[in-house]
Design a protein around this ligand. Structure first.
Ligand code: MN
Length: 198
């Protein structure tokens, strides 16, 4: 059942601090859901022996995946580090790869990490009050480099679809890490693009 009336419009509560909405349950990603996404599998397994931290969660409103609609919601990435790698979302391509996305940072600070199928990358620092345009063709991942939750509003073409598998399989070329006490963009040694090395 759809919670909202996508054919006739609707309003909903929208909390500029925490995301929204009280009407919707979030989808949660725990560390156990993301074992293969962090570089340091040994540390992941050590942590999982003791606890299974919540890495991020997002509000989706159940927008039908049809041409012309705009899906929107919020993502909240919690502060933390696995090994030297900051908490982040899984990241994805859109199945319709030529569709863009807009993010607006409601709170906190971090990076939008982007990569296209040819291996071109962009790592863009963003903070509260800034918007970031993710261009068509770029996979995108949000990374929390701050000490507070990193809260992002997003909107994209509802029929764009999501491809998480490509990133899970090949990884990102760069990762956002704490190195020598500061935020650093490092090469991902496990990057497995499969194309020629560039
Ligand atoms: Mn997207």
């Amino acid at each position: 059942m759809e919670l909202f009336d996508w054919n006739h419009g609707f309003t909903l509560d929208f909390d500029l601090k925490s995301g929204f909405s009280r009407k919707v349950k979030t989808t949660k990603r725990f560390l156990s859901d993301m074992k293969n996404f962090f570089g340091d599998l040994g540390t992941v397994e050590e942590i999982l022996k003791k606890e299974n931290p919540l890495i991020y969660e997002y509000y989706e409103l159940g927008c039908p995946e049809r041409e012309g609609d705009l899906a929107f919601g919020t993502t909240i990435i919690y502060p933390g580090i696995i090994g030297n790698e900051y908490y982040m979302t899984k990241g994805h391509f859109h199945r319709k790869i030529d569709t863009a996305e807009v993010y607006y940072v409601l709170d906190g600070e971090g990076y939008m990490v982007m990569e296209d199928p040819a291996g071109n990358t962009k790592e863009i620092p963003v903070r509260k009050g800034e918007a970031v345009y993710v261009p068509r063709s770029y996979a995108h991942r949000s990374v929390n480099t701050g000490k507070m939750p990193f809260v992002l509003f997003f909107t994209f073409a509802a029929d764009a679809g999501h491809d998480y598998g490509t990133i899970e399989q090949k990884g990102y070329r760069h990762k956002i890490c704490l190195e020598d006490g500061k935020v650093s963009v490092l090469k991902n040694q496990k990057w497995n693009w499969g194309g020629e090395n560039i």
